[in-house]
Design a protein around this ligand. Structure first.
Ligand code: AN0
Ligand code: CP
Length: 320
């Protein structure tokens, strides 16, 4: 593996999950791999888990870590080619990425969707510009359309917590008053579709009308607008809010009946609740769910360390 931008960069999901679980069992076994290597973690947006878990994973592998918040710590970065830079961006990605590539062996980047121009967001300009000009491996720390480190942690969590051979996994939309990106939901669909095709899980999606995700992520997954129907017999309920893809970036409904309560879980197979966090309590999911033994959200966040470690190990092994 050189870059980790999406599932397309992964040759063997099972091996990556097993590598994450091995790292969890023995975190410091590969300290030699990252010795005298440096990772730069570049954030265009806020983060708690991604920032800390990726730093921890890199340190477990013996790496040095540098962090930067673009626009706060650094200059604002221009991504467009051939423009007259007379606006608020003081530096072009051509120089910025090239310079960072000289200091770092790997660069991780978080750059959310702006949710204004769908074509622009789905072109993934920031990731591609960094990959082009940094000339070192790039790790996606949540881009405009994907959050693969989250999806890998989700796979690890399901693998650990499943009580049946082929669990039923449901992705449900949750209400929110703010427009959030589709990235987590897109990636989750991408990875779960692959898991379903390989026979490891059954996967379905439920959301209100108007919240259809991009066809390239949903594929031929069964989608229902009836949340209770989707929850019936489910082993894992994965909650997430996203803004509309079709009416791009818009909030079409805040219908509170889509929030997950203990009552909603009654029809599941003692279903475990998952969420990538951060989560707004009682807006998206009831206190009682998050505080119940059926909630996996803390273990899921803990597994972000091992998903990052599996990915960084793979990159270090092949880019010595
Ligand atoms: C972000 C999102 O929905 O993409 C990050 C989730 C990991 N969440 C918020 O902006 C609240
Ligand atoms: N789940 C996740 O990526 O969390 P942060 O936004 O806090 O990094």
């Amino acid at each position: 593996m050189t870059n980790f931008l999406s599932l397309a960069d992964v040759t063997d999901i099972d091996a990556l999950i097993q590598s994450g679980l091995a790292a969890k069992a023995n975190p410091f076994a590969d300290q030699h791999l990252g010795k005298n290597k440096t990772i730069g973690l570049i954030f265009f947006n806020s983060s708690l888990r991604t920032r800390l878990s990726t730093q921890k994973a890199a340190q477990n592998l013996g790496m040095n870590v540098m962090m930067m918040n673009v626009g706060q710590d650094s200059w604002g970065l221009e991504m467009e080619e051939g423009v007259l830079m007379n606006g608020d961006k003081a530096e072009h990605v051509r120089e910025a990425a090239a310079v960072m590539g000289r200091y770092c062996n790997i660069i991780g980047i978080r750059a959310f969707a702006e949710l204004k121009d769908r074509e622009k967001d789905y072109r993934e300009q920031v990731m591609h510009q960094f990959a082009k000009y940094a000339r070192v491996p790039i790790v996606n720390l949540e881009s405009a359309t994907r959050h693969p480190l989250q999806s890998l942690a989700d796979c690890i969590t399901i693998e650990e917590a499943k009580t049946v051979a082929r669990p039923k996994v449901v992705l449900t939309w949750l209400p929110h008053f703010k427009p959030l990106p589709q990235a987590v939901a897109n990636s989750f669909c991408e990875w779960m579709n692959a898991r379903a095709k390989a026979g490891h899980i059954e996967f379905i999606v439920t959301h209100p009308k108007g919240y259809e995700l991009a066809p390239e992520f949903v594929g031929d997954t069964y989608v229902t607008h009836n949340q209770a129907e989707a929850f019936a017999g489910a082993d894992f309920i994965y909650g997430k809010n996203w803004s509309s893809y079709m009416q791009y970036g818009q909030v079409l409904t805040q219908d509170p009946s889509w929030a997950v309560t203990m009552d909603d879980l009654q029809v599941t197979n003692n279903g475990k609740f998952m969420h990538c966090l951060p989560v707004r309590r009682n807006l998206k999911v009831a206190d009682a769910v998050l505080d119940s033994p059926q909630s996996l959200v803390i273990e899921q966040a803990a597994n972000r360390e091992w998903s990052a470690q599996a990915v960084l190990k793979e990159i270090l092994k092949h880019n010595g």
